[in-house]
Design a protein around this ligand. Sequence first.
Ligand SMILES: O=P(O)(O)OC[C@H]1O[C@H](OP(=O)(O)OP(=O)(O)O)[C@H](O)[C@@H]1O
Ligand SMILES: Nc1ncnc2[nH]cnc12
Length: 173
Amino acid sequence: MEKVNLKEKIRIIPDFPQPGILFKDVTPLLKDAKAFAYAIDQMASKCSSLEFDLIVGPEARGFVIGAPLAYRLGVGFVPVRKKGKLPAATIQGEYKLEYGFDVLEIHQDAIQPGQKVLVVDDLLATGGTIGATVRLVEKAQGIVSAVVCLIELTYLPGRQNLKEYEVISVIQY
Ligand SMILES: O=P(O)(O)OC[C@H]1O[C@H](OP(=O)(O)OP(=O)(O)O)[C@H](O)[C@@H]1O
Ligand SMILES: Nc1ncnc2[nH]cnc12
């Protein structure tokens, strides 16, 4: 596939959603068919040597990236959602964001004990969201093979906060 400069497709919005945050807006990348396909293919190729049975991704941007990656890699997708959205029995975990707190949930029966999981999101900042997602996978007795993100903010301690896990990213700031 023809190379795409993915950084050119990411728009940086200063002071969103609060002062001091440089928000990395992936919507221009998502609406560009070639860039979106190239981004998913780049993520997929970085996963080629890993063993996994499932992708787990957190709401909302983790769905937009995790679901096409699951399709591309030929595995199923399991959603992790913000509190109160999943209909069946759940496991819950609290987490801290670069800009706030929230609770995430996964269906209790979404992962079979021992299944290998790739945790996927659009962006790794502090690692709060992915850390909470990893904890939910492990509470469900899944095994985290790796954490895979499109974007990594290397000026924040996401990778350090996930140091027990392999962390893969395609674009770094
Ligand atoms: O590494 P962290 O500090 O946890 O930050 C990264 C998370 O923040 C964003 O999600 P957000 O909570 O803004 O929700 P959204 O996907 O629903 O927009 C992003 O999509 C990641 O999930
Ligand atoms: N700086 C940032 N840009 C986009 N999404 C984010 N999630 C957490 N921090 C973010």
